[in-house]
Design a protein around this ligand. Sequence first.
Ligand code: FAD
Length: 424
Amino acid sequence: MLDESILRSDYNRPNRACFLADCLRDLDARLRELGARLVIRRGHVPEVVAQLAEEHAAKEVHISSDVSSYAKGRETALRNSLRDNGRTLVIHDGVINVVSPGLLVPAARDHYAMFTPYFRRWSEAPMRSLASTPPRLRMPRIEPGTVPSASEICTGQPSSNLPPGGEQAARAKLDAWLSGPLRVYHRVYDSVADDATSRLSPHLHFGSLSATELVARTGRSSAGAHAFVRQLAWRDFFHQVLAARPSATSQDYRPRGGHWRTCDREMAAWRDGRTGFPIVDAGMRQLSVEGWMHNRARLIVASFLTKTLYLDWRWGARHFRDLLVDADMANNQLNWQWVAGTGTDSRPNRVLNPLLQARRYDPDGDYVRRYVPELADVPGAAVHMPWELRDRERARLDYPDPIVDLRQARARFLEARGKRRYDS
Ligand code: FAD
């Protein structure tokens, strides 16, 4: 069901439309192999689904639960519209998550606000068993509709180097991941230079890969597997926070009292990857070209926007949502809040210094050279501080000077938060 309200909203962006179109094509092909078809409808969900149920005398409609307030409102409207005709809506928990939101709660609270105790409980929770694929499917007589192309879902230019969507692509990626890189994940997951994470996030977001299956197949027998499963638990953690606090998509989860600055020039420099800090610019360029960014780079660019420039996290989250293929209301908004210090981070006033981060996670500058072509000829770690190159070399680079002084920015942040020094 293509939800017209979402298609018309600013959440519908070309990068995700491309991935979705791949997923739908792939799903239809898979269903055909089993003797069925993907039935596609587009419109106002409560009306169109109720009408389809009426035409085929379906007693029940089954859907997967979701946590955003929009999705909850849609569920209620659909339930009411089906109930008017004596039909039932059945909502399946845990299709998106390994452990459903609300299943694990601490004493006297409706959700976990800290990851570590949540993860402890999550690790002990019974995992659902995996269903096997049926050998054949029976299909009622029904007009399937046409599987749309990306341009029929959304207009606009997608990024040039997007990953392919669909279950087949997900399974190929998963098999390659489990048979090698997973083993060393715990050692390299933070290295932007190594680029050695799974890149499975778009598949988890679109459901072309099940998180439950991923955890089951990963196991917990090696240090790599353990670290990877721990990262997957962050997904469930943020979903359970958002399910309990739907307003956190736009309001501070923990208000800090400060007023964000606004500066169009700095926002544009951040968005375009022209801040003069190569590690920040590399992250932003990766986002623009691939519709994806390494997690460490996401942390660095988000800290730079919200703490170094002291600009509103909502603006950064919006830009991420425009481009990320894996953009997800819970993971995106709450990770942004985590970095901005208005979310669930227990050290809300820590600021990531982009130079120290660059030296640590891109020691030879490979990541920067990969994404910032103006700096491709600057060797080694010197690429992180182009302002220290000799005047003649520097004049040849079409690369901006830093837009901010890091020391002054740090002082401004601490003052705004009413602190003399960092709490970390
Ligand atoms: P891996 O390192 O291979 O991890 C495996 C999986 O664990 C990921 O696919 C993801 O599902 C989950 N995961 C890992 N880290 C996190 C995390 N911090 N929070 C939640 N889940 C996590 N992730 C999204 O899926 N959608 C978003 O919109 C999103 N926005 C983010 C915004 C910011 C500012 C930050 C700091 C992080 C954001 N993340 C988001 C989390 C994380 O960056 C991505 O999940 C990760 O980079 C995806 O790459 P991967 O699949 O190679 O991850």
